[in-house]
Design a protein around this ligand. Structure first.
Ligand SMILES: Cc1cc2nc3c(=O)[nH]c(=O)nc-3n(C[C@H](O)[C@H](O)[C@H](O)COP(=O)(O)OP(=O)(O)OC[C@H]3O[C@@H](n4cnc5c(N)ncnc54)[C@H](O)[C@@H]3O)c2cc1C
Length: 381
């Protein structure tokens, strides 16, 4: 069915994104996965092509597009089966925080570099001892004269190994719980701050996910993002956009798995006929096809609500929960159609399966999404 949220202009942008990825990402993708990295040159080309931070206004070097341009990049990457590089953490999340809460000087310093791909953005919330319970972060940023002194460790940070600017969630007042949390900009090269090893993940092989260590790392107090003690509130207000990005990818990757499985089912023969001729295969793919239609329609509704600034934290939790569970379900069903080949990593469906597993975990687990939705139930009539 026809999508409802995009205009012709958006579709022209989508075609250019698709062409760019076809030429500049697909031929090199395996080597990125082998190295666990994406090259600087690719980020710069992506910047030139307008794929990075398309929402950033012209005064900070961007094209000033609406949210749908971000969504298109995420959808196209997924529809082409590309889980690296991690553009959403860069464009949808890190750049958005700087745009919304940054001082004029911070915006002028970082946004043009993020639009051009010269610098990659990362957001560092999770720590070895706390993920879901964000209020319990232990990293501190204690004021000393005109500087903050950071101590602590982060883990599982996307773009962590190759990042240029890190938004670090830290306690500026450890006695105050959530109200003592602030966001601090920490540039690569800050003395006392080191990205650790690249983590060895079961999927998302081309993404550089890393640990970060802060050992008396000093940054000027002008690196505070927004106001002191408001970090937790900022994080909560940015969650809908972060979760919507995961939802866009979720439906896109599910569609990719279906497209691959359908093509394979037409080609593969068993018992003298193509496996698509078995009623079970047709029924499975019919179910998936139907679920995908529901998924795209739901996604369009979420994108529209976000455009209207009406997309709530609860609705974002629903979107993240449902689309990532869809992605997991669909990828599993589609892998089964490949038989033993589905288990072989040289088949893309096996990678999609491994990549899909984390989407029910990061950006808030499925259980936490249910908690958020559950909390809203009391307020309903
Ligand atoms: C590949 C990857 C990339 C990531 N990228 C980033 C990033 O860029 N930046 C960043 O900050 N973080 C990132 N993360 C971290 C991710 O967001 C966390 O892993 C996630 O939020 C879960 O936290 P945790 O791992 O500490 O699990 P825990 O919080 O320890 O949870 C363990 C289990 O307990 C369950 N649980 C916890 N609390 C409750 C509850 N109240 N009710 C019911 N069940 C509960 C969880 O659902 C889960 O099943 C990334 C993780 C991965 C794997």
């Amino acid at each position: 069915m026809k999508r409802t949220v995009y205009t012709e202009e958006h579709e022209i942008f989508r075609e250019s994104v698709h062409r760019f990825l076809e030429q500049e990402a697909v031929p090199h993708y395996q080597s990125w996965e082998d190295e666990g990295l994406t090259p600087d040159a690719f980020w710069k080309k992506a910047g030139e092509q307008g794929l990075l931070c398309p929402q950033i206004p012209e005064e900070y070097g961007g094209p000033g597009g609406d949210y749908r341009y971000l969504a298109i990049v995420n959808e196209e990457m997924a529809l082409m089966g590309l889980s690296a590089p991690n553009f959403p953490v860069h464009s949808d999340i890190s750049a958005e925080y700087i745009l919304k809460y940054g001082s004029e000087a911070q915006k002028k310093e970082w946004l043009p570099k993020m639009v051009s791909g010269a610098v990659r953005g990362a957001i560092a919330m999770t720590e070895p001892n706390t993920g879901s319970d964000l209020q319990a972060v232990r990293t501190t940023a204690i004021r000393d004269g005109n500087e903050y002194v950071l101590n602590g460790a982060k883990t599982f940070i996307s773009n962590g190994y190759q990042g240029g600017i890190y938004i670090v969630v830290a306690k500026t007042d450890p006695s105050k719980g959530a109200k003592g949390i602030s966001l601090i900009l920490v540039p690569r090269g800050t003395k006392g701050f080191e990205p650790g090893r690249k983590l060895n993940k079961m999927g998302l092989k081309g993404q550089d996910t890393a640990e970060l260590f802060f050992n008396d790392a000093r940054v000027p107090i002008s690196n505070l993002l927004g106001e002191e003690g408001k970090g937790f509130a900022y994080l909560m207000s940015e969650l809908p956009q972060e979760r919507l990005a995961i939802a866009s990818s979720g439906v896109g990757f599910a569609q990719r798995a279906y497209d691959l499985a359908l093509a394979y089912a037409k080609e593969r023969k068993a018992f003298g006929k193509s496996i698509l001729d078995f009623q079970n295969t047709r029924f499975k793919l019919a179910e998936v096809r139907t679920e995908l239609e529901v998924g795209w329609a739901f996604l369009d509704k979420c994108i529209s609500a976000h455009m209207e600034r009406e997309f709530t934290v609860t609705e974002a939790a629903m979107a993240k929960l449902w689309t990532t569970e869809l992605q997991g379900r669909v990828t599993d069903t589609c892998l089964q159609i490949f038989g033993g080949y589905g288990y072989m990593l040289e088949y893309e469906i096996a990678k999609l399966y491994a990549d899909a597993r984390v989407t029910r975990i990061y950006g808030g687990t499925s259980e936490i999404m249910k908690e958020i939705i559950g909390r809203s139930l009391d307020k309903e009539n």
